[in-house]
Write a protein that binds this ligand. Sequence first.
Ligand code: MF3
Ligand code: CO
Ligand code: CO
Length: 329
Amino acid sequence: MERIRSNSPCWCGSGAKFKRCHGNRRLLQRAPVALGSVSPPRPVPDHIVRPAYVAGDATPPRTVQVQDDESLARLRHACRVAAEVLLVAGDAVAPGVTTDDLDAIAHDAYVERGAYPSDLHYNGFTKSVCTSVNGVICHGIPDDRPLEDGDIVNIDVTAFIDGMHGDTSATFAVGDVDEPTLALIETTREATLRGIAAVAPGEPLRRIGEAIEPFARSRGFTVVREYGGHGIGEVFHAAPHVHHHVEPGDDLPFRAGMTFTVEPMLLSGGTSFTQADDGWTEHIDDAMPSAQFEHTVVVTDDGAEILTVTADGASAAGTELPVSGGRVA
Ligand code: MF3
Ligand code: CO
Ligand code: CO
C-alpha cells in the first residue's frame, strides 16, 4: 500500500484530488483545545479492591503477561466491565457535555460493577478515564470544557477487578463532524482491527505495525511512534511494548495466552507534539485532529480474540472489519 499524495485521486473513489476531498486540511483544522479546570478525584467505596500502586506498593514485574484458564477468566471479566463502561460513557457524548461529566458517568459505571478505575491515582493521574479531544493525542484529563459540535473525543477506560486490568478506548464524534474527520475516526478503528487480525501464534510482534502503518498512510494519515500498546493482565502496563508502526526488530513471537493491547493513534497532520504543563495531556503542535481506538486481546491457537467486549460481544470500539475495507492480509 502506497502513501497517498495530495494530488492523487482520493482513496474514497470520488474522483476528486485527495487534497480537495478527504485530505482537505481546511476542514480538518481545529482550534487548539484549551485546558479547563479539573475537579477533585472521585471517591471509590472501601469494599472495591485497589491495585497495589494506589497505596504506593510495588507492582508485580512488568514481564510479558501470559494467562492460563483461571487468570484468563478473571481478565475476561475485567475487560467486559471496561467495554460496558466505555459504552455507557460513549452514550453520554453530546455537545455541551463536559469531559468531567463523562468522567463522573464512567466512574459510577465502574463502581456499580465493583471495579476500580485503574487510571485513578496511577502515577499521579487523578481522574477515572482519559478524555482526549481533537488535537489531544492521548492522556487528556477530564475537565470543565464543554464538548462542542464538530469535536471528536477519545474516552479511554481501564477497569481493575478480580486482580486484572482491562483496557479499551474509542473515539466518538460530537454532534455533526465533517467527513474528513469522520474518515480519520473510521480509518483508526479499521487500523486497530487490522492490527489485531494480523496476530497469530508463532508470528512476530511486528505484524501489528505492518498491518496498521501502511494502511493508515494509504489514507493520508500517520501513526504515532512514541506511544504503543502494552502487555496487560495482573499488571496495567507490562511487556511487550507494541509498536503501531513498522519496527523491523520486533521479532518476539506471539504465543497462545499472551495478553496485550492494540491502541494506535492516527494523525491527520504533522507528527510533533508537546506535553502540557499538567504533565499528561499530549497536544499535537498543529492542532490537526488525532484519533485512537484500543482493545485488550488474547492470543489464541490460531489468531487473537478481542476481550474488551460485552457479554453480547459488543464494543463501542467495534469488533468487525468493514467488508468494504478490502483485503485484510
Ligand atoms: N489507558 C491508557 C492506556 O491505554 C493509560 C492511561 S494511564 C493514565 O494505556 F494515567 F493516564 F490514566
Ligand atoms: Co487505555
Ligand atoms: Co492501553
